[in-house]
Structure formats: C-alpha cells, structure tokens
Design a protein around this ligand. Structure first.
Ligand code: CA
Length: 231
C-alpha cells in the first residue's frame, strides 16, 4: 500500500445505511479514508467545502438526487473524480449519470473487487502527471509526452488531444464513453451543449483514420451513447 493510496479522501453519498456502511468498510480496508453522508444535500455541501480525491455518489437519493449533486459538483469542481452508483441493468441511469459529469459508474449490487478497481482507476487518473507515461492501445504503444504511437512497423504522430482521448478510452477499459464525458475530460468543458458534441465526432474520426492503418479497428461508435474502444 503506497502513501498516495493511504491518504486518499473519499466522500461517500449513499442513503441506504447498510450499503453506506459496507462501502466504508471496503474503503477503509483498502487504505482509503471515507467520509460518509446519507443525503444529496449533505454530499453537495461537504463536497464543495472540503477537498476530496474522489466522490462515490449514489444516483437514487431522496431529496436532491445523485444526478443533481453530480451536476452541481461538476460545475464547480471540473476535475473532481465522481463515481456513480447506479441500479443494475439501467442503461438510462448510466447514460444520465455520465451526461451529468460522472467519470465512471458501478452498478448495484457491486462486487468489492469491481468497486476497488474502479476507485483505483479514478484515483490513478487524477494523479496522472507522468513524464514517462506510456500505455498500450491495441496494436499501439502510446508515448504520451512524445506525442507518438508506435506499432510493430510504424510510428505515427498524435496531437495532445488525441493522446488525451486515448488515455480516457484506455482507462474506461472497453466501456462506452459519452461525448459529454470526453468533452469534460479531454477538452475541460463543462455545461456543454449538443453542438459541441460534434467536435468530439470530428476528432474521433481523425484519430481512427490514423490508428486504423494497421487494419485493427480501435474505436467504435455506440449509437446514442458515445464511443467504445474495441481493442
Ligand atoms: Ca439509494
């Protein structure tokens, strides 16, 4: 367990006492420091007042909903990682959550393993500032500071924005990423309108054209939802 992990402060907003307690136990067990509240109002107030490394936010809350809390936190704190808890099988909830600015989601009932993996991914993302950052994306090895991608027999140049896009797809590990999420995480835009989502389409189209020269399809469009890495 490293220092950065031990210090991470996590705000848990969940109205069901048993789930709230269970979440806190898991977080403590893995070396994080949870602070739990049971209402959206408290979550919003505390989230804006104190510095958290991550918020785990239940979508279904009485009073101020998880979506409202998410939207309001996101407006004020664009880089705060927000992990949404949604009901199993509710694709609508997931899409709405991501549209409101959630970075990721876990469906209930969740496995401890999945939850921990998603928490770790979000904490890693927020502490990313690595001068030697390299990551794989399908047949490509991405050299982030060098803005290059290398495959077995070629090297292509990428823009900073393209590297940022690939990083998000890599972190989402095959999940659908909404255009809104991409606009927030890659462009740093909040409160985006529909027209701006075209920007994402244009960039993805260019990026695909570059990457897919190896013959491997890398990113697919998921109608009405966004994009997903297929590698
Ligand atoms: Ca709930």
């Amino acid at each position: 367990m490293d220092d950065s992990k031990r210090k991470a402060q996590i705000l848990v907003v969940e109205d069901e006492a048993s789930i709230r307690g269970g979440l806190c136990d898991v977080l403590v067990y893995h070396g994080w420091q949870p602070t739990a509240v049971e209402s959206g109002e408290e979550g919003l107030e505390l989230g804006l007042r104190e510095l958290f490394d991550l918020v785990i936010l239940d979508l279904m809350l009485p009073g101020l909903s998880g979506l409202d809390v998410c939207r309001k936190l996101r407006t004020r704190l664009p880089s705060l990682p927000i992990l949404m808890l949604t009901a199993k099988g509710s694709e609508d909830d997931v899409v709405r959550g991501l549209r409101c600015g959630a970075d990721d989601y876990v469906t209930k009932p969740f496995s401890v393993r999945e939850l921990v993996a998603r928490v770790e991914a979000q904490l890693r993302r927020s502490s990313q500032a690595d001068d030697n950052e390299r990551f794989e994306f399908g047949p490509w090895e991405i050299d982030a500071p060098g803005l290059n991608a290398h495959s077995s027999n070629q090297t292509i140049h990428l823009s900073q924005r393209e590297v940022d896009l690939l990083r998000v797809f890599g972190q989402q590990a095959g999940r659908v990423v909404s255009r809104r999420t991409l606009l927030q995480q890659v462009w740093g835009l909040i409160n985006v309108d529909e027209i701006e989502t075209r920007t994402v389409d244009v960039h993805i189209a260019k990026l695909r054209k570059k990457l897919d020269v190896t013959g491997t399809r890398t990113i697919e469009t998921v109608r009405g939802a966004g994009y997903r890495a297929t590698v």
